[in-house]
Design a protein around this ligand. Sequence first.
Ligand SMILES: *Cc1c(COP(=O)(O)O)cnc(C)c1O
Length: 390
Amino acid sequence: MPGFELIGDEEFSQVKTLFDKSGILFRHSFDALRNGVYMVRDFEEKFAGYMQAKHALAVSSGTAALRVALDGLGIGEGDEVITQAFTFVATVEAIIESKAQPIITEVDQTLNMDPEDLVKKITPKTKVIIVVHMLGVPANMDAIMKIAKAHNLKVIEDTAWGCGGKYHDQYLGTIGDAGTYSFDFAKTMTTGEGGMVLSKDQSVAERCAAYHDHGHENNPNLPRWEDSRSGSGFNYRMSEMQGAVGLAQLEKLPYVVEQQRLQYQKMKDLLAQFTDVSFRKEPEGAYCTADAFVFFAESAEQAKACREALLAEKISTKILPEAISWHFAGTWTHMPELMRQYPELTTAFAKTQALLSRSVALPIMVNTPDDFMQCLERALSQVLERCVVT
Ligand SMILES: *Cc1c(COP(=O)(O)O)cnc(C)c1O
């Protein structure tokens, strides 16, 4: 959650440097006027270095990052792109924008893509799998990469919630062919609005860069107005002001993830005293960003009762159970592209629906009030059964 909690002097100082030394707010050109200040370019280099990735491209949002990555992998009309039923609506929006058909899998007890269902959803038209590390818990990447390889499919990791998390010591977003990040105001690090695409392959990186900038290839031998192009594009550029904020936020990322993980462990310990809850599964080798702590109540009614009791202590839940309609594909009847594929959309993902309906997600912040854990315990004790100590 807390990039926004830590917006302060460091971010301001980077923006001030930009204004004092350069005043050029556009990432390209104006080389003679900018006194060597290239905020977006530096942010990309530092981000790629941090994540140990080959290529990084900053863009205007996490949704744009997905759209750009899909173009980078050559996706268009007639292709099918598979993603999961539990994700933010943006993942499916990006597939629709690329003119591909979204195909949806169930999630399993990790609340991430169910590899068994993934296999069943692959057709000769499938080109890409977008796996989402929902709420900072890594997906079962070993299983998914194996399936992708066997079927010759590309993988995009939607790492909107997974920025700074790892899987078997590799940063999330660097395992598949491309990784996308969101720096919107609710994400682990923020630039107000913004996103990033990481990619492995030089030609994919070049395609992404051109697509996000009206097709500009930024040919070093040509002035920008005569620039070469080899495909259509759009404008998903990041501005220098966002780049400046991103440089400061990246420095705070390890601290944020560390603090979130401490909170996560405290919540896990606290929840262990109740008998009628079970925990969201984490795949082996997971290093979570701990963006939220999810547990399963015994029933949908009990999950709702938990939310009510938490609200009475001024603790809100995150997405689950209250904001399900923005995060569960079975509710997106407003999307004709989904309805075309799934006329019975509201009952099409029964396994996911059953899991999500009894899930409770506790938000994790860096600046937590001292009495937070006590309030949490007081609230949950009213709904859940304690273990009997003998
Ligand atoms: C936030 C989010 C996005 C979109 O990011 P924006 O920067 O808000 O466009 C995409 N996918 C997931 C899973 C998200 O949570």
